[in-house]
Design a binder for this molecule. Sequence first.
Ligand code: HEC
Length: 249
Amino acid sequence: MGKLKVIARLLVIVVLMATSQSFASGGAALEHSEIDPDNISSLQRGARNFMNYCSGCHSAKYVRFKTIGKYLELSEEQLIDNLMFNAEKTFETINATMPADSARRWFGTAPPDLSLMARAKGADYVYSFLKGFFLDPDSPTGVDNTVLAGTSMPHVLWELQGYQKALYSEHIEEGMTSHTFEGFELVTEGSMDAEDYDEFVRDTVNFLAYIAEPIRSERRKLGVWVIMFLIFFWILSAMLKKQIWKDVT
Ligand code: HEC
């Protein structure tokens, strides 16, 4: 096979991979989460939200409380009082309160571990998922979801967000009826208004994105040092070159 052919094939693969990523979301367009990984107070709130509203069913097996505490600038006491409801030692990882077997029996699907979820599916996906529950009388949980149709996860944040219904417009073209998702309409109010709920979800997703890649910000800091180091040596070698060549030219 000629070189050109190989390159052409590689290009096709790259394009296919890029497009399959955007189709993976299944229907409704994803909202931007606009998370800020350097905002420590947002991460602290996110950690609290996660422990209060998610860790009953979901584990995060790849993160230790100790690591979270250090990065989120929490003292050991704050860590134990605010986050460690189901753990005793700070080197423990986050386990779900509900055993996986019971969860599978209850929901039909075991709630997945959320350690790497934000990296696997993307922060925008998780953000849209948590905002995408809508009333569906035919579903066993009473709700369905715009980004994960037929999900077995109940709308665990209903007390905060309230219940919304999904609005669809109907198009009839050549005898075929199709529906397009238009948006949500709040049916029952929750304890938060839309803005506060967005903030709550953004903090939670921010925390999930942090645990999915805990060394992200360290890597960025290191990157700055590497660039500075390179610039320094570039200047030094330029000066050296000038020095060495000065008698020749
Ligand atoms: C009452 C139990 C329960 C609670 C509490 C819960 N979940 Fe879930 N979650 C589930 C189940 C069950 C699934 C599997 C759903 C499926 O595959 O249809 C799931 C799936 C997910 C998924 C994966 C979706 C996908 O595309 O596969 C994400 C992300 C998620 N949950 C986030 C959260 C977050 C964040 C919280 C806390 C705000 C939370 N969950 C609280 C039961 C729960």
